[in-house]
Design a protein around this ligand. Structure first.
Ligand code: ADP
Ligand code: MG
Length: 308
């Protein structure tokens, strides 16, 4: 290939907010036939909002305290909601009476936990609070025989929401449901992928109901939806598609997407996402606009056509 034309291609990309790591990357887009899309933060705005809280007041307060340690969009939404509903403004003496958490732990694709206490009141629960996917809580030994809460989870997920379980003292205490919105450019981007002859696939750690709701809105067919996929298994889905003879571009934004981005034939990271995702990718879409992924593929095809 003529290096000059490739350099012109990467230069044009940069002016469009498409940062290409090296001119040789344009070559690898030639045979792409499948685009795998992460949901949260890629297809959706990644700014989740709390819908409803079920259970005692402590459910939101404790969950908000523990989630302070996480950067997940779910965590940010729960912290914001907890601060709004239960403001803990600093006292006149300047002491911030926010809940303090010790021994914070995060499980990718599962949830978070920590020991919550209120430092200045002497109140110390001394109990681990767990916040996460209901199935993950069950794996952590939390009893899930709460028919009422299970029904709330099932209803929320069927309705396209994300349901997060909250537990302490080994008991399931409540549920927080959240919603996310598709970016207004996502459906157009999916149409552009199809126009380029690419098959769009949705890959998410979220539940099937939330995944299907987003897919339908974006114009991705049900048989191309992979839901409840653990971070480590996102790689396997990409590898399986490749084993089927597909050449895969993957678009993602999170720490949980990094391995899959690296394994894909072409990795594209949202510039609005995590550094880890950008480092694992060949291309960064500076503005976090999914349409730029279609533009990037079109641009490299045009560039390669000039060369040939
Ligand atoms: P996605 O692929 O949609 O970005 P993740 O793999 O990050 O999803 O997470 C999958 C699921 O794990 C979430 O839908 C949620 O149920 C749970 N989860 C992950 N991180 C957290 C967290 N900080 N707090 C609560 N739940 C979480
Ligand atoms: Mg994401």
């Amino acid at each position: 290939a003529t290096p000059t034309a490739l350099l012109v291609g990467t230069g044009r990309g940069a002016s469009l907010g498409i940062l290409i790591k090296g001119p040789e990357i344009l070559e690898s887009t030639r045979r792409i036939d499948t685009v795998v899309l992460d949901k949260t933060g890629t297809l959706t705005a990644g700014r989740m909002t709390v819908d409803t809280v079920f259970g005692p007041d402590e459910v939101l307060i404790y969950a908000g305290a523990v989630e302070q340690g996480s950067e997940h969009p779910i965590a940010q939404a729960i912290v914001d909601s907890a601060r709004t509903v239960h403001p803990t403004a600093p006292d006149p003496d300047g002491v911030d009476r926010n809940w303090e958490v010790t021994d914070f732990q995060a499980a990718a694709g599962g949830g978070v936990s920590g020991v919550v206490r209120l430092p200045h009141s002497g109140v110390d629960m001394g109990a681990r609070v767990l916040v996460g996917r209901p199935a993950w809580l069950a794996e952590q030994g939390v009893s899930t025989d709460r028919v009422d809460l299970r029904q709330i989870v099932a209803d929320a997920e069927a309705d396209g929401a994300t349901a997060i379980a909250v537990a302490w003292a080994g008991q399931w205490q409540g549920v927080i449901t959240l919603r996310d919105q598709l970016k207004d450019t996502s459906a157009t981007a999916v149409r552009e992928f199809r126009d380029l002859g690419l098959s769009p696939v949705l890959l998410t750690g979220d539940n099937r109901g939330a995944a299907l709701a987003a897919a339908q809105e974006a114009g991705i067919t049900e048989d191309n939806v992979y839901a409840q996929v653990l971070p480590a298994d996102k790689v396997s889905v990409v590898r399986d598609l490749q084993a089927q003879g597909r050449t895969v571009a993957m678009v993602g934004d999170g720490v949980n997407d990094a391995a899959a981005l690296a394994v894909a034939d072409l990795g594209l990271a949202m510039g609005t996402g995590t550094d880890v995702a950008m480092q694992a990718s060949d291309i960064t879409l500076v503005r976090g606009d999914l349409r730029a992924a279609a533009t990037a593929i079109r641009l490299s095809r045009d560039t390669l056509r000039i060369i040939k």
